[in-house]
Each structure stands twice: as C-alpha cells, then as structure tokens.
Design a protein around this ligand. Sequence first.
Ligand code: ADP
Ligand code: ZN
Length: 749
Amino acid sequence: MGGAAANPQPPDDSPGFDARPRRVRVLLPLPLGEAYDYLAPPETALAPGALVEVPLGSRRVAGAVWDAEPEDSRVPAHKLKAVLRVCDAPPLPRPVRQFVDWVARYYLAEPGAVLKMALPVPAALDPPAPRLAYRRIQTPEHLPVRLTAARKRVLDVLADGLARPVTELAKEAAVSSAVVRGLADAGALEQVPIHPGAPGALPEALPEGPPLSESQGAAADALVDRVRADAFSVTLLDGVTGSGKTEVYFQAVKEALAQSRQVLVLLPEIALSAQWLERFERRFGVEPAQWHSELTQAQRRDTWRAVARGEARVVVGARSALFLPYPALGLVVVDEEHEPAFKQEDGVPYHARDMAVVRARLGGIACVLTSATPSLESIENVRAGRYDSVRLPERHAGAALPEVAPIDMRKDRPTPIEGHGTSYIAPSLRDAVAETLAAGEQAMLFLNRRGYAPLVLCRSCGHRLQCPHCTAWLVEHRLIHRLQCHHCGFVTHPPDTCPECEAADSLAACGPGVERLTEEVRALFPDARTALMASDTVTGPDSAARFVESVRRGEVDLLIGTQIVAKGHHFPGLTLVGVVDADLGLAGGDLRAGERTYQLLHQVAGRAGRAEKPGRVLLQTYGPEHPVIEALVSGERDSFLAVEAENRKLAEMPPFTRLVALIVSSPEEDQADAVTRGLARTAPEREGVEVLGPAPAPMAVLRGRHRRRLLLKTRRDQAPQPLLRAWLARVAVPNKVRLYVDVDPYGFL
Ligand code: ADP
Ligand code: ZN
C-alpha cells in the first residue's frame, strides 16, 4: 500500500460529530469492471461527475466520481485509499455519465472502457500551462543592448505591438530563438501569457442562410420546431443527393445556437470533410471545433476543454465525438446516417448513429439523421412511428437526377486492347467516355478495389499468393511495388519466382483494381488527363481537399476512384459516371449486401450532373435483372426498400430481429474450438431465441488467430443483453482466447 491513504480520518468512535468518512464511487477510464470506492477529502463536496485523481496500485489515475452508491459493506473504511485531488476541469455532465453507463450495458462493455472514450486525453483534465509570448516594450533608441541586424529584424516584426510565441517570432524574423531570448534577457522584450481562442466559438450575430425553396423551407421549419420543442425527437431528413439537406439542417443548427445550446454534427469520414468545413464557414463565418483521429494531443486537449466549458458551440466529428462532455447539447445531426463507417469495429464496438439517438434521448434533445438512401433500420423506425421523417424530393435549382442505364457484360464484352492485354471496360462505356471527353466534360470510373489486382496467381502451378496471417489473398499494389493484405496490413515484396513451384516469371495479376483500370484508361485515352483517387493515394484531409479542388477546377478529365470519390463531393463538370463492376458488393454472406450496394452505387451515381448539365450513369453488370441493379436503373428506391424489408422480415433478420455476434479467437485452433463448443453447449434455450453456429468465420484466420463464430438472434422485443450476460458467465475463457461480443453486428467476416 503506497502513501496514498494520506488523509487522516477521525477514529470511527470519536464523539461529537458524524465520524463516518465520506465514501465516493470513482470510475476509472480503464477496463476494470465497476467503479471503486475511495474516501473523499473531508473539506470538499464531491458531486457525481467531479473529475478526480486517485491512487491505483502505485499509479495515480484520473477518473470521475460516479453516481452509484458507495458499497459501504464491501471494504472497511480504513482499508480505502483517499482521493488525491480534484482536477481543474468541469465535472462530467449527468447525461454524459448516463450515456457511458448506457453504452456499457448495451454493448456488454466495461464501463471504464467506455469512460475512456469520454476522457480520451488525460492532459485535458487540467488547464494547459499558458503559452508564453514576447512583446516589444521599448523603441530601438532606448535599447539596452547593441542593435545587430538580427535583433533589428525581431524588433521590426514586433513593431505592431502584438505578442508572438518565441518559435513563431524567430521564424518570422529569420533568426534563432537565442536571439529572441537575448533581447528578452536584455530587457527589450517582455513575456506575456497568451490564451488561444476556444475552437468552435461563435460570432455575436449568426448570419442568415441563403433563401430556401418552398420544400426546403418546410423541411427546415420542421427541424427548427424540433429543436425548439426542447424534447427528445428523431427526424429522418430524407432527400435526394443535391436537394439541399445540409442547407436545411444548418437552419436547425442555427436555431440550437440561438438557444445557447451546443451542436454536434457527426460525419462518416472526417478526413473527407474539407468541403463540409468550407460550407460551414461560408454559412456561419467561423470554423467549428473538429474532433477526429488526426488531431494532435494539444488540439484534443484544447477541444475537449472547450467542449466541457461549453465554449465550443459546434463540434463536427467522427463517431468518437459523441462521447465529448457537452454541458449544453441541443442538437445532434448524423450526416449520411446509412454509412457503414459509423460502426466502430474495434475496442468497444458501437454504432454511432444508434448511439447518437441514445445520447439525444438521455439529453432530452433533437436528433436529425440525413441520407439520400436511408438505412433499412431508419426506414423501419419511421414506418413504426418511432422517428419522424421529412422529405426533400427534388434537387436544388431544378438540376435533374442522372439517367442510369445498365451495360450487360454478357453481351457487351470488353475486348483486349492491342499491345495492352485484358480490358475491363465494355465498348459502350468506352464510347460514352470518349463522347464525354470530346464534349469537354468530365467522366469518372468507379471501382471499389484498391491496388492493381485483388489476386496474384502462378500460371504454372495455380498457386495463389496468400497472407501468412489471414485467410485472405494478397493484393498487388503496383505503384509502390508491394503485395498487401487488406485485413492485417501485412506487406511484402512481390517474389520473382513462385513460392510454391519456383517457376520464374509465372506470377500473374488476376482481376482489376483501380491502378490497373488507370493503366487501361491511359492506353485507351492517351490524351485525357487522368487521376486516381483511392485511400492509399489520397491520404488525409488536406490531400483530399487539394485533389477535389483540382477536379473542380477542371484540371482532370477522367477520374478513377474507389468509394472515397463517392462521398459527398460536388464536381460541377462531371457528367458521366461508369461503374466498372456493379456486382462487386452483391456476393458474400452479408445480410445487408443488397442494401449497401444500392446505397453506395446510388451515391456514386449522385456525383454525375450536379450542376446545369445533365448526368449519365452506366452500370457494368452480369446481372441486369438483379433487384439492386433494377432499382438503380428505375430510380424506384422505395419499392426496392419495401421488397428488401419484406425479405428481411421473412428471413427473420434485422431490423426485425436482434443479432449479437460472438467471435472466439485464439492462436491455438483447438482452444478456439473448445471455447466455442462450450458456448454452444450452454447456449440459452427459450422461445424467441436462436443460436446460429458455431462455424468457422469466413476469415477463419485473422492476424494469426483462429476464429469461430456464433450468432445469437432474438425477437425485436427481447433484449439479448441479460441472456448474454448469463450465458457468458457460464463459460470459462482461457487467457489466450479472446471472446469478441458484437451487438448489432454489421460485419460478417
Ligand atoms: P445534399 O446535402 O442534399 O446533397 P446540399 O445541401 O449539398 O445537398 O446542396 C447541394 C448544392 O445546392 C450545394 O452546392 C448547395 O450549396 C446548393 N444549395 C442547396 N440549397 C440551396 C439554396 N436554398 N440556395 C442556394 N444554394 C443551395
Ligand atoms: Zn493478413
């Protein structure tokens, strides 16, 4: 026991005052199970939410005073350690604490692991040391030191009377920081603390937005009413791409701000949000606070504190922004609510759209979900009356929706290109691209496959190059001359000979990736300016923004891209979209394959003809009669969704039932099997509950671990969590075995 229990407590029987030391529950941001009891310092009132530092073994850890009652009986007071100090940060608001508990219960996670998401930056729990800056105090004539050229440059820079941090000042004056310090030591400069403005703060008056069309105005009014109601609600803002959904929900944002509330906007891929940020700034005249994985620690600390103090009024972020400590949240918007990126697949697996709704309920506020292709979950919630819906049926300013047509690859076969080899582009798509380029317009070819080829095989023995750690083929990336596993990140040099039969020059790339498609396009259209956009060629928000800007300026004629080109970009000159393999997402055992393919291709199609010129979309497919392809061609989304819903209902699948995936994994195959058998033996048996499996997962080996899957299915009105808790408590899991519980799974690998 360290020197931690330092606060001397009066003995329990001392007369004259209530001698019982006050206990508090403290939840630590660690996967430790429940909150622990500590002794509160006698002189401080520690209300729930207070952020405190406590001893844990030999460590000091910051955590939050939790709402649960102290467990007086379990540990006697004299064995408890005392709270070391109270941190200098606003307490975690009640809805945030409730949210942490709720998420932990729903996803069967440790509350501490969820609290870690609310307290991700320990440094934020205390104010940062003020940054010091230098300001000029004397005119050069009275300078107490000799004036060198370098010193003069420093004083010139400071002539405006403003203070600058030493590194910035040295850089501006092109001197070393020693020169600046020398001047300060000589008394020519004074040091002042600077307080950076809070990220996401607002101007005094909120600007008006553009005039809205009649249907936009009606939709905006409905959302504004929801914000004003100051009560929990969920509204699905369902509008075709380009109908002005962003413009419409900005009105609701404005209303929440006018009520002195905070606003959270969740975007699926924050790295691609440059255009969104630009629009927000144009609309509101300020930058919102941002929250995503690419921030520095210092930015995270500043933003966390600004949110906690209520100074950050608008936060735009990736899913983890849900866990920030908003004291006055008034509106949550989930933009592109159908996006799979809202599901977190590691750590605590959670769905940010679903949890946004929960957060809104706990806060008693409005939640807005937007999409042109809403998830079946949200559609069903609207149908059942749990959510409201507001529709925007037309594109803004009369822009027409693109015309979509299939290309039947069984009839319209690509022919090999002379001197180049296999082609993946059908003659009719080739002609359409040529026409578009001849008209001075832009075309885009979409293929949702990174790299050069998804598979490399030996022409002599048929051996396929596989990841040594996963049940997966290695993908050839020719631009960087590597083979890569897209599941574990394994990278290797392409071998010169077949690793199996040792034949030389026998390895052949099989199938197309975007790099190979780019090669083909350059052979077909040598005069066109082509550009490739994929997550490994365009990395991070800045390069994405530059790329998008160059397309908008017309510096690119022919764009080739994976799904990252599909996301919300507005390319006014783009009139043709060719989908190279429209069937790609339809194979496999994912229950949402059809829905997702529809959503993705619809979104890709929505890139065409967003300005005055009408757009055209061509889908290369081997199954033009597939309901997804037919729905994309006919534009009859609602009847497609109705059929999709009917099929799910018949198959007793979500959203009409609940699923929980259990994935058992271990470096030892027989251990994984043993635990899986144990789970199968003890599976809950009762009406309305079904356990599917066990089966080897489609990715039977991932990162060197053998994987087995079970799927628990319950009726919608039956919460699976209590069943699961009881079930998992019956099975011993050895150390090396990991049991991953995925409530409402979205991935089925
Ligand atoms: P969505 O989010 O539905 O795809 P956006 O909000 O991005 O649609 O709007 C599409 C385009 O139309 C954007 O460039 C936007 O600025 C413009 N726009 C939409 N509504 C208006 C309006 N009322 N006045 C001016 N421009 C608008
Ligand atoms: Zn791998």
